[in-house]
Design a protein around this ligand. Structure first.
Ligand code: BTN
Length: 321
């Protein structure tokens, strides 16, 4: 109900909405509406009340709020369910549990913080409260199983576009789906496929964006290689606006046919570089020269062989100069 009230107020862009309207459309009494408004004020929403006019939204606090995210998702046809949780182990794990319940695609889960945030290659994704954006989305793509990793490239493009639109920052993509700003990591994406080749399968795309992190909030071991939008712009990021922008761009890329490998390659700093391909303890020097339609990286090894490397098995680091 609180979400419904915020949505009505937001849709009025700071204009007044009468108490009568809120009662009629929400099906609760005037005193219940008043109680919800008081609760919202306690959560930090600025709501002005004027006799004879109604309520107007004057301030939105820096909290993750489902109604705000829904408001910013532009007339979406794809995002049917946006779930916002205060604390969760991992949004990817949460979506996985929904997968088992056969929830339809177009579900997005956001959390204010994670207690067991996961990164690629079994790494930890440190997820402190209010700093970052932690979100996971569910797709059941109409793609051959082998091409599903391309979804993580869609996600990288969506985040790149969203950060540019909302925060004015031009990021680079490090294959397959890290976003970097001036060589430091700003966003990581964890793509997990659930199911088997010949059966139904779905894909969970988990996105972690360093939004409002201060330098000291990063763990010591990544402090020199990570950055945040706040560190780079000096501005506080509206996580609802940015999270919604990611959903908007994902919808356009995934459903609206806007994705192209050519555009991805334009922003991918890995292509055209000497790289070290790391598979477990093995390392191989190669030259990265292309991206396949399934999102693989084409490399030429030092002994002249051409290989496609897959994002699930390897990580890449620039070769030493
Ligand atoms: C990486 O290692 O670069 C990928 C990091 C992915 C982190 C995000 S945060 C939201 C989602 N939930 C998780 O547990 N991980 C992903």
């Amino acid at each position: 109900m609180k979400d419904y009230i915020i949505k009505c107020l937001m849709e009025n862009h700071g204009g007044y909405v009468s108490g009568e309207y809120l009662c009629e459309h929400s099906g609760v009494t005037r005193s219940a509406v008043w109680k919800y408004i008081s609760n919202l004020r306690e959560e930090g929403f600025g709501i002005e009340a004027v006799a004879g006019k109604g309520y107007a939204l004057t301030e939105i606090p820096d909290v993750l709020c489902g109604a705000a995210i829904e408001y910013y998702t532009e007339n979406t046809k794809f995002w049917k369910r946006i779930i916002v949780i205060n604390m969760v182990d991992s949004t990817n794990l949460y979506v996985r549990s929904l997968c088992n319940l056969r929830i339809e695609e177009g579900t997005a889960v956001f959390a204010a913080c994670q207690t067991d945030g996961r990164g690629r290659m079994g790494r930890v994704w440190h997820s402190p409260d209010t700093d970052g954006i932690y979100m996971s989305v569910l797709f059941t793509p109409d793609l051959p199983y082998g091409q599903v990793p391309v979804l993580s490239l869609y996600a990288a493009m969506a985040v790149r576009r969203a950060i540019l639109q909302v925060c004015g920052l031009e990021c680079d993509i490090k294959w397959p789906n890290d976003l970097q700003y001036k060589g430091k990591k700003l966003c990581g994406i964890l793509c997990e496929v659930i199911g088997e080749i010949n059966n139904d399968f779905c894909c969970i795309v988990g996105i972690g964006i360093n939004a409002n992190n201060k330098k000291r909030s990063f763990e010591k071991d990544i402090r020199d290689v990570a950055t945040s939008i706040m560190i780079e712009t000096g501005m506080n990021v509206d996580r609802c606006k940015l999270g919604a922008a990611v959903l908007n761009h994902l919808e356009r890329l995934y459903k609206g046919g806007e994705f192209s490998i050519e555009e991805y390659k334009k922003y991918c700093i890995t292509v055209g570089k000497d790289v070290t391909v790391i598979r477990g303890k093995e390392e191989m020097q190669a030259y990265a020269y292309d991206i396949t339609p399934g999102g693989g990286l084409m490399v030429k090894t030092a002994d002249g062989r051409h290989k496609e490397v897959n994002s699930g098995e390897v990580s890449i680091r620039p070769a030493k100069e």
